[in-house]
Design a protein around this ligand. Sequence first.
Ligand SMILES: Nc1nc2c(ncn2[C@@H]2O[C@H](COP(=O)(O)OP(=O)(O)OP(=O)(O)O)[C@@H](O)[C@H]2O)c(=O)[nH]1
Ligand SMILES: [Mg+2]
Length: 190
Amino acid sequence: MIAKFLKSAAKPPDFPPDTGREVAVVGRSNSGKSSAINTILGRRGLARVSKTPGRTQLINFFDLGSGRRLVDLPGYGFAKVSPEMRDRWRTLIGAYFEDRSSLVGLIITVDIRRGILELDEAMIEWAEALGIPILILASKSDKLSRGAARAQVHAMDRKVSDGASVLAFSAPRREGVREAREQLELWLGK
Ligand SMILES: Nc1nc2c(ncn2[C@@H]2O[C@H](COP(=O)(O)OP(=O)(O)OP(=O)(O)O)[C@@H](O)[C@H]2O)c(=O)[nH]1
Ligand SMILES: [Mg+2]
């Protein structure tokens, strides 16, 4: 899968044409979205990885060829964000989700140490209400022991409905990368 940066969008008119198929990645700020995108696509510097949470405020579209795209959505749950920023996030993501016919799947990154929190649950419910299939990446699995990581994945799995699956994921260890790629190819086509 050869990926290249397509464009950034701050408002719906800037979205690329709603044709073909795309998969979006969302999650709490700092939960490892950009790292997951880079690792899954095998391109180190494609999506920006930040040590400063809440950096990515735009929707970034990546072109995977043959009308397929991967979309890096701005994160939620950043503590220092103002109510105005939060409203802008909701408006932008709402406009994206509720009117994007080409969206065929959603990847949600959840820090395995935190588990599924309130905002993740709201995100999951929102996507489910719109009928968008979900893959949850239990990210940064290298931060827990094998046993603790497995237990946490089970706990997270029990929390979500059958429409969503949970996969242990680590960018540095490359855990879950093959499975995530397989899901992506199932959604987008080869
Ligand atoms: N140990 C470990 N660290 C990770 C992993 N994935 C991401 N990180 C680190 O977590 C921090 C945030 O990663 P990002 O990929 O930028 O997270 P993000 O969700 O895109 O963050 P924002 O766009 O700022 O909301 C960085 O310091 C990464 O190096 C992982 O699998 N394991
Ligand atoms: Mg990011």
